[in-house]
Design a protein around this ligand. Sequence first.
Ligand code: MCN
Length: 788
Amino acid sequence: MLGSAVTRVEDRRLVTGQGRFLDDLGADALAAAFVRSPHAHALVLDVDASDSVDVEGLVAVYTWEDLPGRAAQPIPVSLPHPGLIAPRTGYALANGEVNHLGEPVVMVVARDRYIAEDAAERIRVTYEPLAPVVGIEAARHAETRVHDDVPDNVAGVIRQECGDVDAALAAAPHVLDLNLDIERSMAAPLEGRGVLARVGEDGRLVIHTSTQVPHAVRAVVAHLLGLADADVDVVTPDIGGAFGLKGVRPWPEEILVPLAARLLRQPVKWVEDRRENFIASAQERAQRQHVRVGFDDTGRVLGYDIDICHDIGAYSQYGLVVSQNTSSHLLGPYAVPAKRATVTALYTNLVMVAPYRGAGRPEAVFAVERMMDRVADHLGMDRAAVREVNLIPTDQLPYGHGFRGQDGREVVYDSGDYAGALKALKDLVDWDDFEGLRAAARREGRTVGIGLAAYVENTGLGPYEGARVHLAPNGRVSVATGITSQGQGHETVLAQVVASELGVALGDVDVTTGDTRGIRYGVGTYASRGAVVAGSAVARAARKIKERALQLAADALEADPDDLELVDGVVRVKGTPSVALPLRTVAALSNPLRYSFDEEARNASRFARALAEDQPPLADEAAPGLESLAFHSPVRSTFANGIHAVVVETDPRTAEIRILRYCVVHDCGRVINPLIVEGQIHGGVAQGVGGSLYERMAYDQDGQLLNASFMDFLMPYATEVPPHIEIDHLESPSPLNPLGVKGAGEAGVIPAAAAIASAIEDAEGFRIEAMPLSPDGLFRLRQLFAAG
Ligand code: MCN
């Protein structure tokens, strides 16, 4: 069952319109709408709601002054970091100042959304606009400040160094400098954010929210509203994409909507519209990178010094996690003896940066892989050959990287075969035959190019994930875990894990994700951790059930548990398959309460013997039922790796860029479900193509977003994404978890921009140093190149 390409059990429900998304819930709820800042930077002088009071159906208007207790404090930093020297976060509603377009200033609650929006329009907010800081250069020169008390706009700095970098660069026969740029982009899930809150008759607050992290939302929102965790339930309905955006904990709206529901004692709902998603959620990427690299005549990199400025937007609610990810991924699969990296996180008056699929890793790969291409170009070497020279040999794994990760410990690559991956990719894309193809294309007047980029990615982050597994007397197994599903197919893969551990049919397993009522402790879905942490927790919980089932069956069959095996849902004596008990009977006999009506269970149980021997019906310390709770807490991250190759064609007249082939070799350890992993890679590559060729946040100098709609923000359609993404799976099992798995959910996007830039550069013959690159950008580069 593990390793099988099982089709996704959730898809029938989802593709037949039976999914229940946030907006399908709460038909009886009041609606919330927000007055949001039209300025990137301004003082809020006055809020006048007097014109809205006669709007029929208006229920309440809230400003910052109306927020009680901790709800009026700045939103806590969710992931503190020692490098965060000037943490600044926003308030649930603006407290006298707004620092980005779309920041919520007033919340309006009304009978329905139309009324709420009408009332919101009548509220007059008086602003005093301040000079905004837009973009990295403006932040760096700090003529204006985002936060008055942060004079240099520096939120934090992450410095990492190992080896003698200055000596390595001074001694290197060749030294090159690169200046690279990656623009802001965003996740743009098809379903935006949304929250529905209601207070039950028992006084419990139930929050439905489209989140990746229900337990974290419960913890922070309960804290801010002055409630105990135990008084709050957080439930995630079906989620139409999240890509990191819904991992923020909590969003202002996740504080405000429950607060209103409590104050009004009525259910309240808010569903984000597309414009709000563009201007008021989170974005990512946004880095300017300077790379200095020293290398020898064979292409071996002797040292590098990478300096990165990262625009993190107005607030550091997420700590420095994206900057940190970039920093600790600036090595890739290469052994570099001396390296230094400085990432400076800068405040700007744009919406905050929060992880977006890849979360700082695509930027790191861009720096490292563009560097490798430049080394090759300088020496006139084959680009794959330069990489070969620098790869970490397999026998050096586990490999200490030298840099530290978010947890402050040294990054250690646990397993992999980097040379094997490169070889597999060269075979898959016919790397060595490409010159023939290029010549043939040239004869037809066509321009083609090939590029590649490798990555190593930490996946399966802690601190833990849990699973509760229950095998019922009807033979069905239910599983509850704290991760949530946004399209990753967790219902299927977690069922596969249970089915393979317990030998039951996949169809007999029901998986519930993202519901704090199902499991008290949980963490959530992000950082490609589901397979590693939830998968391992489920495996552990299922193994506990198996152990208990074998014990119970051994009692009933008067056999030794070591002589029993669990096959196809039946516990049987090894070598004597006729002496057997179905698992569901074992489940029934595990609960003495059933003996009064369930004859099969009574007969099979130790009940009669127990009475005869004057023993309690349950063996000492045993719990009734076949139920277990288990957690997996990884000792450290496990490192997936891979390498992509892209073949592009660029139009000599229109500068249109077309992807002809997209090849992926990846290694996520043991694959639970290859079909799902391939789907994840396809989705990731599609986002990588979007981020490389189409998607950018077009802010003007006032911090206004000029393309805040899908008319103007270009997402690739099926017509732009290569129809056949060719994939080769390698499997280097991780030694760090019981399943040997590593994450796969972000792998598709991580090297995409670097690989596509490499291919365009190869086609055009001049340097590509900034992404995304649209046809007009390529056209301008051609003109610059032609002008020398
Ligand atoms: N898998 C597997 N075998 C492996 C590794 C993974 O079968 N060795 C399966 C997993 O069981 C899971 C899927 O592949 O069903 C992705 O696994 P994993 O890498 O563990 O990632 P998560 O489940 O933690 O999902 C998070 C990841 C991230 S971080 C983002 S962002 C992302 C992504 O997944 N957002 C997504 N994929 C997405 N897919 C959809 N449709 N929507 C999103 O918002």
